[in-house]
Structure formats: structure tokens, C-alpha cells
Design a binder for this molecule. Structure first.
Ligand code: DC
Length: 219
């Protein structure tokens, strides 16, 4: 069983994916973290995330065995890393290097302790369209840019970090633009995806709506 969850930044797809994975006892992969890890590695090396050779080298250096440890790095959550991720994600050879890894996980999902799982939940931008076009369930989780910026703003405030709403909104719009207009695997709903607009929902309501959809569609 594969559940694919796509959508723009800060739409609530990560929370939904984790809730569904917990509910069904499936393994979860946040594929944005893979791109973030590549962006982070390039920044750490003092290089430009748009540099094709550097970014491809970083993407190819991934060892699936140590992936859980790499993806746990808290620095991957930073906005600067998110922006670098969005830049490396435009490069086709980076996407190619990460594709098999994601497909392998979907086909043979495993938990953090290495135990195999009977299903997978993957979240990203192109899971339902490119990585797992045959996924059993596909969601496209979205919300207005303003609502998403507001959520990010509150998250940062709650964490006691500096937050500037206008800058967050500008970054989100820039990222949407880059993710949606790139030539390879752009952000868009799969034709058979269930579009969940969470602008007027909280995380619990979005989770309930997703469970209702699965219950009806896969009864
Ligand atoms: O979901 P996120 O914000 O952590 O993703 C960071 C960036 O990675 C995002 O701007 C686009 C890219 N990405 C992608 O191109 N394809 C995916 N499947 C996941 C993320």
C-alpha cells in the first residue's frame, strides 16, 4: 500500500503524512528532506546550490543505509536550507539520483529501526506524478500562500525564532513559482489525486478529511 502526498511548502502535508503513517502503521518518508540534505551539503561545501556538478555530486553521495541519520539533522529545517533545496530540485540529474532511492523505499518500506513495514507514506512534490504514479491513494494538499505564510510565521514565533511575515510570504511565493515552473517533475496535482485545500482546516480536520476519503475510496 502506497500513499502519495504532494503539495506546496507549508500546506500541512508533512503533518498529514505522519498522522496517516501512524494510523496505518506504515513507514514514512519526507522526500523534501532528501532535497534539503543535498542543498545543505552544497551550502556546507561553500558552493552554489544551482551549480549542477556540485549538487549532482552531493545527491549521488547518498548511502541509503545511513539515510535516516542524515535526514535527522535539525539544520535541514531552516528556511535557507529549504531555499537551497528548491534550487537543487530544479536540476534533472539531482532528481534522477534521488528517484530510485524513493522508489526503493516505496516498494520496500522500512521503519527507522530497519524493520520492514507493510505500507509507505511519501510526501513531496512529484510523488503521485513521477515517483509513484501507481500509488494506491494520492493527495494533493494545498492552502493559500497567505495561510501558509501565517502558519510558518506562527511556527517560528512559537519556537522563539525571529520571524518576518512579509519575508516568509515572499519566500513561499518564490518557492511555489520555482517548484511549479521547473521543466522536470514540476509541482502539480496528479490527475487522480484528491485535492485537499486546508486553508480553512486545522491539522485534525485535514487528517479526518483524508481518513474519510480513504474509507470511501478504498472501502
Ligand atoms: O517539502 P520541503 O519544503 O521540505 O521541500 C524542499 C524543496 O525540495 C522544495 O522546495 C522542492 C523540493 N522537492 C521536490 O522538488 N520534490 C520532492 N518530492 C520534494 C521536495
Amino acid at each position: 500500500m502506497i500513499i502519495a502526498i504532494d503539495g506546496p511548502a507549508a500546506a500541512g502535508k508533512g503533518t498529514l503524512a505522519q498522522n496517516l503513517a501512524k494510523h496505518f502503521k506504515y513507514a514514512f518518508l519526507d522526500t523534501g528532506r532528501l532535497y534539503r540534505a543535498v542543498g545543505y551539503a552544497v551550502l556546507q561545501a561553500g558552493k552554489d546550490p544551482s551549480d549542477e556538478a556540485e549538487a549532482t555530486k552531493a545527491a549521488k553521495a547518498f548511502d541509503p543505509k545511513t539515510i535516516n541519520a542524515i535526514l535527522k539533522n535539525p539544520a535541514l529545517r531552516d528556511e535557507a536550507t529549504g531555499n537551497a533545496a528548491s534550487k537543487v530540485a530544479v536540476i534533472p540529474s539531482v532528481r534522477e539520483a534521488l528517484l530510485q532511492l524513493q522508489r526503493d523505499f516505496a516498494e520496500h518500506p522500512f521503519f527507522e529501526d530497519g524493520e520492514p513495514a507493510k505500507g509507505a507514506v511519501l510526501d513531496g512534490r512529484d510523488i503521485g506524478t513521477v515517483v509513484c504514479p501507481k500509488a494506491d491513494v494520492k493527495f494533493f494538499v494545498t492552502a493559500s500562500a497567505e495561510v501558509r505564510a501565517d502558519r510558518r510565521f506562527k511556527e517560528l514565533q512559537d519556537a522563539g525564532k525571529p520571524a518576518d511575515y512579509d519575508k516568509i510570504l515572499k519566500d513561499i511565493k518564490e518557492r511555489d513559482e520555482r517548484d511549479s515552473n521547473r521543466a522536470t517533475a514540476p509541482l502539480k496535482p496528479a490527475e487522480d489525486a484528491y485535492v485537499l485545500d486546508t486553508s480553512k482546516m486545522n491539522a485534525v480536520q485535514a487528517y479526518q478529511a483524508a481518513l474519510d476519503f480513504i474509507a470511501i475510496d478504498h472501502a
